[in-house]
Design a protein around this ligand. Structure first.
Ligand SMILES: NC(=O)c1ccc[n+]([C@@H]2O[C@H](COP(=O)([O-])OP(=O)(O)OC[C@H]3O[C@@H](n4cnc5c(N)ncnc54)[C@H](O)[C@@H]3O)[C@@H](O)[C@H]2O)c1
Length: 301
């Protein structure tokens, strides 16, 4: 049986499939050519770049569709299920990496690392400009979502001696030392808000003008979840007014970012990264071997 890996995964995953006796083709196929070649394969492994819509599913005879990573926004999951094709992903494989990046944004923004790194490279000595840093210790962090990543974030925030509260309508109890609260209570009490929820387009952003209005003055906002869960124009207004003292943003309403997003990217109080939450050696290895094993199991079933 033949497996197509389009967007690239760590080499260990491809090797696992080869060792299990599968023929593996690792090749980036342009989106418009995918339907034309998919008939040759029993399974496809994508990351976030390649889309597997209805047309591609109909053009092939796939026994498994696999996404190395969490979000399945690029796969027509409902249609695949209708046709009885399992859709596989690797929830949890990158949770620690994403949680660590969110913590990094929290600390970096609080101590102006994003700006002082640039200015020292320009020969400046901006010591006085950065005399009003903020400690994380003792602050209340409010998590939207206490799933796999929210959980890892909470454990690390506790290590920083933060008080952790969370809002998650689908979680009624937790074994962590985390207080579950309503959305409004989180907005009212949190010094730091970190997003760990999926983006559901039909529901729109979870944080927009109304929610920013309910937050503490000087609140910190971290988004390493999905672009769209925070309305970027509302965040920019809140940064400009000082309502938000700083933001750490890894994920964007449109990626790669466009010119219209530059005011937010270049805002002095915004610490930015280009969607690198899962981009660690450890996470990529876990993603690659877990997805390969799931594909092997599905094809052998
Ligand atoms: N930055 C990155 O590179 C990166 C990498 C991996 C995952 N992610 C994203 O991180 C997010 C969280 O991933 P996860 O693995 O923890 O998912 P998960 O499914 O384990 O947890 C998500 C939690 O959010 C809760 N939730 C859903 N809607 C909510 C809402 N409106 N308010 C509050 N809670 C809500 C769910 O009940 C669930 O407990 C996802 O959007 C995922 O795509 C980002």
């Amino acid at each position: 049986m033949k497996v197509l890996i389009t967007d690239g995964i760590a080499k260990e995953g491809a090797q696992l499939l080869k060792d299990a006796g599968f023929e593996v083709v690792e090749q980036k196929i342009p989106q418009e050519e995918l339907a034309g070649v998919i008939g040759e394969y029993d399974a496809i492994i994508v990351r976030s770049a390649t889309r597997v819509p209805k047309e591609v599913i109909d053009a092939g005879n796939l026994k498994a569709i696999a996404r190395g990573g969490v979000g399945l926004d690029n796969i027509d999951v409902a249609y695949a299920k209708e046709k009885g094709i399992p859709v596989l992903n690797t929830p949890g494989a990158s949770s620690i990496s994403v949680a660590e990046l969110a913590i990094a944004h929290l600390i970096a923004g609080g101590r102006f690392l994003h700006r002082s790194n640039v200015e020292m490279r320009e020969g400046k000595w901006p010591k006085k400009d950065y005399s009003k840093g903020k400690e994380a210790t003792g602050k209340t962090v409010g998590l939207f979502g206490i799933g796999a990543i929210g959980r890892e974030f909470a454990i690390r925030a506790k290590g920083l001696q933060m008080n952790v509260i969370a809002h998650d309508p689908f979680v009624k109890e937790t074994d962590l030392d985390v207080e579950l609260v309503s959305k409004d209570e989180l907005l009212k009490r949190a010094d730091v808000i970190s997003m760990h929820i999926p983006f559901i387009k039909e529901n729109g952003p979870t944080l927009a003008e109304e929610e920013f209005g309910k937050m503490k003055d000087g609140v910190v906002i971290i988004n390493c979840a999905r672009g769209g869960v925070i309305k970027e124009t509302a965040l920019l207004d809140a940064l400009n007014s000082g309502k938000v003292s700083y933001a750490g943003i890894d994920v964007w309403e449109s990626e790669p970012c466009g010119e219209d997003q530059r005011p937010l990217i270049e805002h002095p109080n915004c610490c930015v990264t280009p969607h690198i939450g899962a981009s660690t050696v450890e996470a990529q290895l876990r993603v690659s071997t877990e997805i390969a094993q799931k594909v092997a199991d599905a094809l052998n079933a």
